[in-house]
Ligand binder design. Structure first.
Ligand code: CTP
Length: 395
């Protein structure tokens, strides 16, 4: 589903500050957001569904058991560009940190890959309790933007950190989040992932160790920044990032067919897949008996990236990956030039390192400037760094 950057889901938790979110809805609408409210069942004790329906002109559900035929948790997860949870109670924060799915809001949170922001509001003792502190740290680690509550007068006579911020302060933080997460809205990005396999007979194949984790991390990162993503996936056993369009392939030839379909209309191609360089000359219809299995005649596969270079239109960006065990930079530099790429990530794969791991390291090399060393980091971080460079080149 393509993003407009305007659909915002406001989750409302069961705290007294829920009434302040009525003003927040109005201010968000003033800023051009199309707001859908998903309250927790507990929050209806403070503000009823009728208020949210009247303010948003949209239906309001709290449970997955309403409008079941529309599968609301999935349709909401796919149609929203941002989720803001305001107010978030200690209980709601704990449920999200645990990955619970016991109401519509927590189901949507699990099913969506869009940027998420949490605005806590509770008594200072609850905010400072080690359980809440740990839950907030977990959510920040997972990429949620969690605001700190304001210090001031609370319900009753207590004073401390726990007050719900003013709508303007919430929107200021949201604006920053949106700026960082929408730089690929409207862009078509094709990502290849995994490793192609070349059948020898019905049982055996020539393959490689690529897990697809880096390609999937790039697809996920591009989706979170608003891109339309086509993931051409070769033999990966990974969960499909929510919102990605997927073409499953097995062989190099199938990957070539998929690229021929999707490359012409894309803005960016990120060729992360490990492509088998050769295939058996003859595919045996029957299983080859071990007594006859002493050699395989091979024929070279086409270089998919190099062949697409000739079709490259002005403005299109092509990114490659280089798997190297020796002379990392000079080999990658040669691939960058020979394949007509804008940038390439040179990966040291000596000893099978990197394959299947969540970590990576290497060097980003560019056709037009000095490279960037990437010290050991997560594949998610590399994905975003690579996309930063792509955005810069897309202008
Ligand atoms: N690639 C491709 N088609 C191939 C082989 C590789 O499009 N037949 C792409 C890969 O997806 C990667 C880049 O080219 O983005 C470099 O791949 P790599 O395996 O590192 O290099 P090769 O070109 O195969 O060269 P060599 O095996 O000699 O290192």
């Amino acid at each position: 589903m393509s993003r407009t950057g305007r659909e915002l889901l406001l989750g409302v938790g069961g705290g007294i500050a829920a009434y302040k979110s009525a003003d927040l809805v109005r201010r968000l609408q003033d800023h051009g957001y199309l707001v859908t409210v998903v309250p927790t069942p507990a929050s209806l004790n403070f503000v009823g569904s009728a208020t949210w329906e009247a303010l948003t002109n949209r239906p309001v559900y709290t449970q997955v058991w309403e409008s079941v035929h529309e599968v609301p948790h999935i349709s909401l997860a796919q149609s929203t560009d941002y989720i803001v949870i305001a107010p978030a109670t200690a209980d709601l924060i704990a449920r999200i940190a645990q990955g619970r799915a016991d109401d519509l809001l927590t189901n949507v949170l699990l099913a969506s890959s869009c940027p998420k922001m949490i605005v806590p509001s509770m008594h200072p003792n609850m905010w400072l309790d080690p359980a809440t502190v740990a839950n907030v740290a977990t959510l920040r680690d997972r990429g949620f933007t969690v605001m700190n509550p304001e210090v001031g007068r609370l319900t009753g006579s207590d004073i401390g950190a726990g007050r719900f911020p003013e709508s303007a302060a919430i929107i200021a933080v949201l604006t920053q989040l949106v700026a960082h997460n929408s730089d690929l809205i409207g862009k078509n990005i094709v990502v290849t992932a995994g490793g192609t396999r070349e059948a020898i007979d019905p049982v055996r194949f020539i393959g490689n160790r690529s897990s697809g984790k880096q390609g999937y991390a790039i697809a996920q990162a591009a989706l979170s920044r608003g891109a339309n993503v086509r993931l051409i996936s070769a033999n990966c056993e990974l969960a499909i990032p929510s919102g990605a369009h997927v073409t499953q392939v097995e062989s190099t030839e199938q990957m070539q067919v998929a690229l021929a379909e999707y490359f012409p209309s894309c803005d960016v191609l990120i060729m992360c897949a490990a492509v088998a360089d050769a295939r058996p000359k003859v595919l045996s219809e029957n299983k080859i008996k071990k007594s006859d299995f002493d050699s395989i005649d091979l024929i070279a596969n086409p270089d998919l990236l190099a062949s697409l270079t000739h079709q490259k239109k002005p403005g299109q960006i092509m990114v490659g990956f280089a798997a190297e065990t020796i002379d990392l930079k000079s080999n990658a530099q040669a691939k960058l030039k020979d394949k007509g790429l804008d940038l390439i990530f040179a990966n040291d794969v000596s000893g099978g390192a990197v394959f299947g791991s969540d970590q990576t390291a290497g060097t980003l090399l560019f056709c037009d400037g000095p490279g960037i060393e990437i010290l050991p980091t997560s594949k998610d971080t590399l994905a975003h760094e690579l996309l930063n460079q792509v955005v810069h080149r897309l202008g």
